[in-house]
Design a protein around this ligand. Structure first.
Ligand SMILES: C[S@@+](CC[C@H](N)C(=O)[O-])C[C@H]1O[C@@H](n2cnc3c(N)ncnc32)[C@H](O)[C@@H]1O
Ligand SMILES: *[C@@H]1O[C@H](CO)[C@@H](O)[C@H](O)[C@H]1NC(C)=O
Ligand SMILES: *[C@@H]1O[C@H](CO)[C@@H](O)[C@H](O)[C@H]1NC(C)=O
Ligand SMILES: *[C@@H]1O[C@H](CO)[C@@H](O)[C@H](O)[C@H]1NC(C)=O
Length: 261
């Protein structure tokens, strides 16, 4: 039987459309994989050679252990811990509460946000989150302070991928490997999740810092999976800039079209 030449294209049309859209989806998938690979490379290697010029790692740490010892030297100091948990407590919780209240008003933080504070020491920022109504919040630090702060190194956060809606930190300058610090935040944030950093760009930070940041540009470069959504000047315990990133949601545009073929 002779095929009906007029009908053939009509029958084939959905198939051709299907194949076309499938290959587009496949290409989208491929490009996603490639960008993941590039990201992994830059987050795991010693990338100091490829660091942006506005970010400098401080020399003088002979090993990772030497870096940890220096951080612990201050954090474990019993006299200071006494002060942080008594005289300093209320004043700092008040200031953090104002910052978080402000973020709630800008709809970057909600009562229901599962939240993490990175480098939270004795957990004043965690207490502040709870005070403004963000109950599901916890901190990490090299030294735990239960129940507010768990033990954890921010270069290797002790959490699964896509755990948090919100992450806050004012200790970026303490990162010996800033690209890992950022990579771990992007790993543990849910898509659409918010990261708020308080950083210092106008002056050099204290002697416990492990890096010096001269502008927010390096942050924009390192937050590869996120968009800069807000930037403002603040006065936050010696830090002068609040930077807000939102982790991008994966685009599923092509997949939406498949059912319609
Ligand atoms: C300047 S203090 C800030 C404490 C707290 N965020 C505040 O504002 O009161 C820096 C904190 O970062 C912690 N820290 C330094 N390196 C760290 C690391 N690799 N992982 C987790 N915490 C770290 C220190 O132990 C210290 O408690
Ligand atoms: C990174 O590697 C360079 C040499 O390529 C080395 O001098 C530097 O100490 C390393 N930095 C860290 C923090 O490991
Ligand atoms: C911190 O370093 C000082 C010397 O710089 C030393 O005397 C002190 O014992 C150290 N403290 C801790 C907790 O390691
Ligand atoms: C969030 O929690 C605070 C403090 O508990 C409460 O006053 C506020 O009404 C809550 N907001 C919403 C939108 O539920």
């Amino acid at each position: 039987m002779k095929p009906d030449l007029q009908n053939l294209p009509l029958i084939l049309k959905p198939f051709i459309l299907f194949i076309f859209l499938s290959s587009l989806s496949f290409l989208a998938f491929l490009s996603l994989q490639t960008s993941r690979q590039t990201l992994n490379k830059t987050t795991t290697e010693n990338a100091s050679e490829q660091l942006p010029s506005d970010l400098k790692i401080r020399p003088g740490y002979s090993s990772y252990d030497a870096y940890l010892q220096r951080q612990l030297n201050k954090t474990l100091n019993p006299k200071l811990r006494e002060i942080w948990t008594t005289r300093d407590w209320t004043r700092k919780v008040n200031v953090f509460s104002d910052f978080f209240e402000n973020l709630k008003q800008r709809e970057l933080l909600f009562n229901g946000s599962k939240s993490l504070c990175i480098g939270a020491r004795v957990g004043q920022e965690v207490a502040a989150l709870k005070r403004v109504g963000v109950d599901d919040s916890v901190g990490i630090d090299l030294v735990p302070y239960p129940p507010l702060v768990l033990k954890g190194d921010f270069h290797h956060q002790p959490f699964d991928d896509e755990t948090f809606d919100f992450e806050f930190s004012n200790v970026f300058d303490h990162a010996l490997y800033p690209w890992k610090f950022v990579g771990e935040i992007e790993r543990t944030l849910k898509p659409g999740g918010i990261c708020v950093l308080h950083v210092l760009v106008s002056r050099r930070a204290d002697k416990y810092s492990a890096n010096d940041l001269y502008s927010v540009k390096p942050l924009e470069k390192m937050f590869k999976k996120s968009e800069l959504v807000e930037l403002r000047s603040i006065d936050g315990f010696g830090l002068d800039t609040e930077v807000v990133f939102r982790k991008r949601r994966i685009k599923v545009f092509f997949f939406f079209f498949l059912p319609f073929c």
